[in-house]
Design a protein around this ligand. Sequence first.
Ligand code: MN
Ligand code: MN
Length: 180
Amino acid sequence: MLAVFGHLNPDTDAITAALVYARLLTRQGVDATAHRLGDLNFETAFVLSEAGVEAPALLPELPAGAAVALVDHNESAQSVPNLAELNVTRVVDHHKLGDLTTTQPPYLRFEPVGCTGTILLKLHREAGLSVEALEARLMLSAILSDTLHFRSPTTTQEDRDAVAFLAPVAGVEDVEAYAL
Ligand code: MN
Ligand code: MN
């Protein structure tokens, strides 16, 4: 069992990236489950409600050596207290590399884009997997949230292109209205 989770004080990207990455890994034959490290904020609760998806469960205390995948963070200060004892097998993130150390060779995917959701869309494409409406809505929401609807200086063309692709798949006709 691989526990997939985003950072403490989770934002929409931290929650939706855990959900989407766990589903992607499951489709690839990995026994993965999404978790969260804290309460949903108001925006994320809205996103999950609109998507009709349950919030991931709070991460239980994991024994030393348990396999974990980090999304939307990599620094220990933003993660579980006993991260150093865990087996970090995967990280998908768009932040600077911090103090991450691992006990095994990990799969790492870092890109300087505005949102983990943008990277997750690429992982679907690279794996040759279709993007379903639910995943599309979750990734779309995360990108709009992290980039402040493209107003953040961290926004890249890849984030814009991802939203343009995801909106019709998600059934979001008016991205402006949804972002508001
Ligand atoms: Mn985040
Ligand atoms: Mn993010």
